[in-house]
Design a protein around this ligand. Structure first.
Ligand SMILES: Nc1nc2c(c(=O)[nH]1)N[C@H]1C(S)=C(S)[C@@H](COP(=O)(O)O)O[C@H]1N2
Ligand SMILES: [Mo]
Length: 209
């Protein structure tokens, strides 16, 4: 079987879609550090800064006018639960770049997600631009609930039958997201500083550093 060489299954029956050390759940557990922030649509903003041609600041109203994308992914939490076929809707960073709203400088190689209360998550820019990463406002057709990150969160997971995408654990998406910092050099986010693996590939079981 060649699939082991490539670190992920070739076919995608339900069993093959569960990475090593994970178990399926039909629930949607809530996991985060700290309290759930309140949302005020008047003061909320979404900012992009760092290694970009010009910084961007959008109000909640403006954010809701951005082009939208839907995405179905399997999500894998480092605490060992996995959930298949989760459906999300939101805004793709790649679309924002294609439309010229964000113009990364040639030096931009990493992206820090910045969330409420100073929470951070880092990813390589190339992963943020993959089809399996989204700035999500909706889950299963409804706005996110407060405990799952309302009004905006990053999400990342595995797209079945799609090869070649890096699939990190679900913590690599920040709930209560408020901005993206484009960076020339990598910096560790909150859980990465706490000892979780920087790349966090689910098929390689990269849980801890
Ligand atoms: N703002 C923020 N986002 C966060 C976290 C956090 O502590 N704060 N934890 C991460 C972790 S560890 C996980 S597993 C997922 C859980 O998302 P869920 O609660 O919607 O299942 O959120 C991620 N995003
Ligand atoms: Mo987690």
């Amino acid at each position: 079987m060649f699939d082991r060489f490539f670190g992920r299954p070739e076919s995608s029956g339900p069993e093959d879609r569960v990475p090593p050390g994970q178990a399926l759940t039909s629930k949607f557990p809530v996991l985060h550090y700290g309290p759930i922030p309140r949302f005020d649509p008047e003061t909320w903003d979404f900012r992009v800064w760092g290694e970009v041609e010009s910084p961007l600041r959008l109000s909640w109203e403006e954010f809701n006018q951005l082009p939208r994308t839907t995405l179905k992914i399997d999500i894998h939490c480092v605490t060992r639960w996995s959930k298949l076929d989760t459906r999300w809707e939101g805004v793709s960073v790649r679309t924002l770049i294609e439309q010229g709203l964000i113009k990364p400088l040639p030096t931009a190689r990493y992206v820090m997600q910045h969330a409420e209360y100073g929470f951070t998550v880092n990813l390589p820019l190339e992963v943020v631009l993959q089809d399996n990463f989204l700035l999500a406002t909706h889950y299963e057709g409804e706005p996110l609930t407060p405990d799952h990150g309302f009004p905006l969160r990053g999400i990342i997971g595995h797209i079945p039958d799609k090869d070649g995408l890096v699939t990190p654990y679900f913590w690599k998406g920040a709930k209560w997201l408020r901005g993206l910092e484009f960076m020339a050099q990598d910096r560790l986010g909150f859980w990465e500083q706490a000892g979780y693996h920087n790349e966090a590939d689910v098929w390689k079981e990269q849980r801890y550093a």
